[in-house]
Design a protein around this ligand. Structure first.
Ligand code: MSP
Length: 506
């Protein structure tokens, strides 16, 4: 068999000045769900995440915690890695920017940019935002950094510069392609920025005021600007594999400019291949503000997992918020969704169907027969279509509509009545088969979003194969057997009491 085509997805690498919160989890979960979707389409799909550990902000956080930068970043990086073990069940590559392999690649990127004539030295004075790790263009004395509320700092440095200005026209062309940067709103913002009068200014890519960074080759005292360092992670994480160029960089909307402007320019200057697609999603808000350490409105993912399971959060985040837009996070909405869609929706359909198969057919469901009257093929195409566009909420909506249709079908067909009349045995078999088939299809389609719970339902359906090896393209071909014997029924999503859970989480 020919080797499967690779599909490489990345999350941003997260700053280690704070422990993981559900904003970070949101991006990582969405990236993992998309990777799983691609895998179920037959790709050899891989995911990279990691931690962004250099720079002044981290240096200051370490100091505050009374630790060396390395000791500080070791602790937080481990916390991120552990969180993803629980929410993503298998990150393929976790890259820390403090790893030697990463430093080598950053230096190599620089050397290539320099050899191709895109690096020069000059002094620079400007207003610098420590939080954004960037000089703020057109700022003046007394200006406040909107992110931190702190005044901007006036900094003069002898820096290595990257000739970003040489790439303005090329970047306009690149970002004019709608398949490169999505959604449309972000692309329009980037294009407006690129088309501003005078084009792009050159970018300072080294710092002499900071020690905590990767040394610039042949420039004693200079370390790399954090974004030159951080973006290169996407390549260093998969050095030695054939995964680069990335098929998708998943990011939050606030870092679009770095990904759609700086990163392609660095790569072009180095004569390295460009990523194929960037998707910038919206912000998760809490009490209608962006969740952030400085605002103190942070929600952590781990207590939610302990109370409801990782899949409950995965489902809620991808179902409730239109991917690409901002959305509010609320505990009561999380519990309401869980009870309505998971406990009463999917969970109830599974337990009621499987219980009937035991009750009326001793656990054996026969799978050969006429086509189902339920909208199965329509659901499969709608869900695949939506997943492909990263429209997770639409994909899930289509899947849950099928669950609703199956519930209605059971009520209409009333199998408990059919079971009373032996002359209606064929009809009863057809109902059980059709609902079982819906469950099979729904379980496979929802698996990218809820891998753990769907794998449990898969077993309850009597399947012995690994769910993640199922292929979406083969879904309509049926269950792969003339009949199936199912094991005893077990609940997958126990109903939760709102008050108890909220008390546990608040
Ligand atoms: N280290 C940089 C990224 C470098 S990538 C080469 C950085 N890190 S970060 O920790 O601040 O957060 C990065 C990402 O976390 C955001 O782009 C976004 O994907 C995710 N989120 C952090 N807070 C979030 C919300 N409140 N809502 C949605 N996503 C959030 O920037």
């Amino acid at each position: 068999m020919p080797a499967a085509k690779t599909f490489y997805v990345t999350t941003p690498i997260y700053y280690v000045n704070d422990a993981p919160h559900i904003g970070h989890a949101y991006t990582t979960i969405a990236s993992d769900a998309f990777k799983r979707y691609k895998r179920m389409q037959g790709f050899d799909a891989r995911l990279t995440t990691g931690t962004d550990e250099h720079g002044q902000k981290i240096e200051r956080s370490a100091k505050k915690a009374g630790k060396s930068p390395q000791a500080f970043t070791d602790t937080v990086a481990e916390e991120f890695a552990n969180t993803w073990k629980n929410f993503v069940f298998g990150i393929d590559y976790f890259q820390r920017t403090t790893s030697p392999q990463h430093a080598e690649m950053v230096q190599e990127l620089y050397r290539r940019c320099k050899a191709n004539g895109f690096i020069y030295k000059s002094s620079y004075t400007g207003y610098y935002s420590v939080v954004q790790e960037a000089f703020v263009q057109d700022a003046k004395e007394g200006d406040i950094d909107p992110e931190s509320g702190q005044p901007l700092e006036l900094v003069t440095e002898e820096n290595c510069f990257f000739k970003l200005s040489a790439f303005t026209d090329w970047l306009i062309e690149l970002n004019s392609d709608p398949s490169f940067l999505q959604p449309e709103t972000r692309r329009n913002e980037v294009l407006a920025f690129l088309k501003q009068e005078g084009g792009l200014k050159d970018l300072s890519i080294s710092r002499t005021t900071i020690k905590w960074g990767i040394p610039v080759p042949d420039e004693p005292g200079h370390v790399f600007y954090v974004w030159f360092d951080a973006l290169t992670t996407y390549m260093s994480a998969v050095a030695g594999t054939n995964l680069w160029p990335a098929d998708l960089h998943m990011i939050g909307k606030e870092i679009t400019r770095f990904h759609a402007i700086y990163w392609p320019a660095f790569l072009k200057a180095a004569d390295w291949p460009l990523p194929k697609r960037i998707f910038a999603h919206g912000w998760l808000l809490f009490d209608n503000n962006k969740m952030s350490k400085s605002r103190g409105n942070i929600v952590r993912p781990e207590p939610i997992r302990q109370a409801m399971g990782a899949d409950a959060l995965r489902y809620y985040l991808l179902r409730e918020i239109i991917f690409g837009s901002d959305g509010n996070f609320a505990f009561d909405a999380l519990v309401t969704r869980y009870n309505a869609d998971l406990a009463n929706g999917l969970g109830n359909l599974a337990s009621r169907t499987l219980t009937m198969i035991h009750q009326y057919r001793q656990g054996a469901v026969s799978l050969d027969g006429e086509a189902s009257p339920l909208p199965v093929s329509e659901t499969i195409s709608a869900a695949i279509d939506a997943y492909e566009r990263l429209d997770f909420s639409r994909a899930l909506e289509a899947i849950w509509n099928l669950i609703g249709a199956a519930d209605k079908y059971i009520v209409e067909q009333a199998p408990w009545k059919l079971a009373k009349d032996p002359a209606l045995a064929d009809q009863l078999d057809a109902v059980l088969r059709n609902v079982y088939n819906v469950l099979r299809v729904v379980t496979v389609l929802a698996a990218p979003v809820m891998p753990d719970s769907c794998a449990r339902i898969w077993k309850l359906l009597g399947m012995t194969t690994a769910l993640e090896d199922e292929r979406l393209g083969a879904l309509e071909e049926g269950a792969g057997a003339a009949s199936r014997q199912i094991p005893p029924v077990e609940p997958v999503f126990p109903r939760l009491d709102m008050k108890t859970i909220i008390a546990q989480l608040d």
